[in-house]
Design a protein around this ligand. Sequence first.
Ligand code: FAD
Length: 495
Amino acid sequence: MVKRKSVAVIGGGVSGLAAAKAFDERGHRVSGFERSHDFGGVWELSRSYPDVQTQSPKDLYCYTDHPMPEHYPEWPKGPQVHAYLHSYADKHRLSRLFRLNTNILSMDRRTDGAPGWCLTIEEAGRQRQENFDFVAICTGQFSDKNIITHPGQEQFIAQGGEVIHSSDYTDPSMMKGKRVVVLGGSKSATDIAVNAAKNGAKQVTMVYRENVWRVPYFVGGINFKKLLYMRAQEQQFNQWGKNPFQRVIAAALKPLVWANFRGLETLLKLQLGLKKWKMVPDTPIEKEASCSLPIVTPGLFESFKSGKVKPIQGTFDHYEGNEVILTTGDRVEADLIVLAVGWKLGIPYLAQEYRDKLIESDGQYRTFRLSVNPDLPEMGFVGFNSSFCTILSAEMIANWLVRYADGQLAQQPSRSEMNANIEMMLDWRRRERPAAQVYGGLCSAPFHFKHFDELLADMGAKKRKRDNPLAEQFSYPSAPAYGEFIASAPQYQAQ
Ligand SMILES: Cc1cc2nc3c(=O)[nH]c(=O)nc-3n(C[C@H](O)[C@H](O)[C@H](O)COP(=O)(O)OP(=O)(O)OC[C@H]3O[C@@H](n4cnc5c(N)ncnc54)[C@H](O)[C@@H]3O)c2cc1C
């Protein structure tokens, strides 16, 4: 018999909702904590910059039992995703499980000697402590702003300049008539540069450090979901855990794989005019593909062409008066600086002694299936297996994690099996696939199918693939199909 547990879910974004549903469904007492006034995480309205939209097409960015509305565009806008998350919470009555405006300040082992964790919770200006049998950490990879400064910034601000983090850009009117410099080359940097130009900025400069491959929504006129998300494509990247036979096959197919990716690169170079903009990356695309691979902001290259956005490869050195001096020696006059330099990955509320067990000195996380660590019992991560279809990844791992917590996986891993797997994955990331080290190694893309296969096998799912082998090989992961696969795993209720 599985005993009912008290379970804390920290975070009310995509992953917190998936975790709360999965644990609640099995009969556990769930207490969700979200520090903001609303659900949604990165999609919460006060955190979204104007015109933000998904990188994933809508049928790849949804829960298994809840498609995005038909009238939504293929790549929904931020407020639409936010409304969709609310509709999911309503459908499963998840609001009753959460306390909003509630911040978790710290997380340590229980003081009563029982297994589990003690959370220090701050709510309405008061602090209290509460013990839980299990904690699902769903605080994402975008919760703590990466704030950087450069010499001379104070004087730049004193003489009227403004410096903001990308997530603080919520009002397009602030761009009007300004000379804007965006620092960064990620999707949010290009989104904001294009948006600033559209909203009346006098001049927009985008300063970015390195050239990276960017994928447009349509590659050669075809929606990228039909080209890049296939099992057949995924198998061409160097996956982890290949057996000797798979290695021989991979070696034999290398020339074909090489030709496939050179073809894709040529197409991207021609379509986007990368040579003209001196934006051809040095790294082969197959070595770079991971969660940090950006989608091209619609209108980006058109803005370069019209001169509305000027790209400069380099970074900031310092400020002088109202100018930013770049490492290239360029001097750029500016009124507003947008630092699109991302987020600090971490779990700041987890006591240091446990963070030391979890995070290696090079920042790589020691997690089994991107979710649990044998030295940190009674806790696991949801959504730290980020991907190109993170809602589905979060739901998959949430369903895996509740079974892990209850000892109900068909293949419940032993401590030594988990450690051996963690070492193998660390070694693979460090030696064979450095791109997989982004976000502390917490990214399952582009290996969605392989990751999901492992989770379903652990769960003992009877059905793990679509009936049509061609659809399975040559089309993108289907959220409803994964709903069926999860449902084919043994079911149980905690009492
Ligand atoms: C602009 C943008 C576009 C994106 N587009 C895509 C896309 O198209 N496809 C895709 O797969 N992914 C995309 N992503 C990645 C995105 O982060 C994930 O898809 C997903 O939304 C992450 O959800 P999450 O719940 O794991 O984390 P978050 O959305 O970051 O939610 C974490 C929550 O935890 C809360 N929290 C943090 N600390 C505490 C604490 N101490 N106490 C209480 N609460 C706390 C935060 O307030 C937040 O609400 C995008 C990200 C951004 C920023």
